[in-house]
Design a protein around this ligand. Structure first.
Ligand SMILES: NC(=O)c1ccc[n+]([C@@H]2O[C@H](COP(=O)([O-])OP(=O)(O)OC[C@H]3O[C@@H](n4cnc5c(N)ncnc54)[C@H](OP(=O)(O)O)[C@@H]3O)[C@@H](O)[C@H]2O)c1
Length: 307
């Protein structure tokens, strides 16, 4: 019995190595290697093309290589009873929170402005802005890590989730009315949502325009959450004060894409957080063990909700 690793476009080597180290007796194959489809019990993947799963008659579980599962579910033909799990790495979420706080302070403490002044040897002080109100879209593992990171800085945090469950120290909103409330009261809007049909294109011109003038948009969920042309229009119109983007509608953005050169944009190549290989290996092996034993999967994806 074996695990098949198909993490493309992410190189598979480090995941294969981590699985082999954690379970030296279990065959671990990549899809490029010759393998016996009947032996495959678990697939670890970033995306799965339609028709692939049907080749593995004894498949018990599909494990996502990261927190987001939209590319896995997009195949559309995963049998309904086949468990799909995601990765959950608290250390990765802390790293994402560091990136979000670091980028936010570039704007809220005028560090970008002072860098430009420094380049001109120009000494000029600006009034320190009051603590920014942070609004976090998505209060899951990532969103809560971000909320926790802002609190000690004195930045009040509100958040928006689907079910509106309480989160310590966070003013939680839900639903369309909750979203309007959150947008109107966020000087910094952080998107940490999963990509689902309901969140795709959520941050369009109409919604971004509800943010207060000068607000900063920080995006670490998926590129498809933010309608980039609308973001640009509101930056250029002066309604938004800046944006920090780790994820994009198209990755990588083409060389002539405006995000690379816009003076108010921080753009990084989807590096805010990197999932720990040992964590993924441990969680994949645990998912397989549970699938064999018929036990519930604590990291199961809610297929109907899409995350
Ligand atoms: N940039 C990076 O390096 C990076 C790394 C890791 C993950 N990510 C992205 O971050 C996303 C979130 O990860 P996570 O681990 O925090 O996921 P999670 O634990 O599943 O949390 C998702 C959150 O989004 C909320 N949500 C989902 N659909 C919603 C809707 N329609 N309206 C309002 N709220 C909604 C959920 O609400 P409930 O609480 O009510 O369920 C939950 O609070 C991933 O899917 C991935 O796309 C990016």
């Amino acid at each position: 019995m074996a695990i098949l690793v198909m993490t493309a476009p992410i190189p598979a080597d480090s995941f294969v190595a981590a699985l082999r180290e954690a379970a030296p007796d279990l065959p671990v194959w990549t899809s490029e290697e010759v393998h016996d489809p009947a032996a495959v019990e678990a697939i670890l993947a970033w995306r799965i093309k339609p028709g692939v799963v049907a080749r593995y008659p004894n498949l018990r579980v599909v494990c996502a290589v990261g927190a987001g599962v939209e590319k896995l579910l997009a195949a559309g033909d995963l049998p309904a009873q086949l468990p799909v799990t995601r990765a959950l790495d608290p250390a990765q979420n802390e790293k994402i929170a560091q990136w979000v706080v670091g980028c936010t302070l570039q704007f809220t403490r005028d560090l970008r402005r002072y860098a430009q002044q420094q380049a001109r040897a120009h000494w000029e002080r600006h009034a320190v802005r009051p603590a920014a109100r942070v609004g976090v879209l998505g209060l899951g593992a990532v969103g809560q890590a971000i909320a926790r990171a802002f609190r000690p800085l004195g930045y009040p945090v509100a958040g928006w989730s689907r079910r509106g469950e309480p989160v310590d120290g966070v003013h939680v909103c839900a639903g369309e009315a909750g979203l309007r409330e959150l947008l109107a009261g966020s000087d910094v809007l952080v998107c940490a949502l999963p990509l689902t049909p309901r969140t795709n294109g959520l941050l369009d011109r109409a919604r971004l325009a509800q943010l207060p003038r000068g607000a900063i948009v920080v995006s670490v969920g998926r590129g498809e959450h933010v309608v980039e042309a609308d973001l640009r229009a509101l930056l250029d119109a002066g309604h938004l004060g800046g944006a920090a983007l780790d994820v994009f509608e198209r990755e990588p953005p083409p060389p002539d894409n405006w995000v690379w050169s816009h003076p108010q944009v921080i753009a990084t190549p989807h590096i805010a957080g990197e999932v720990g290989r040992a964590v993924v290996a441990r969680q994949t092996l645990d998912a397989l063990r549970r699938a064999r034993a018929g036990e519930p999967q604590p990291l199961a994806v809610d297929r109907a909700a899409g995350y």
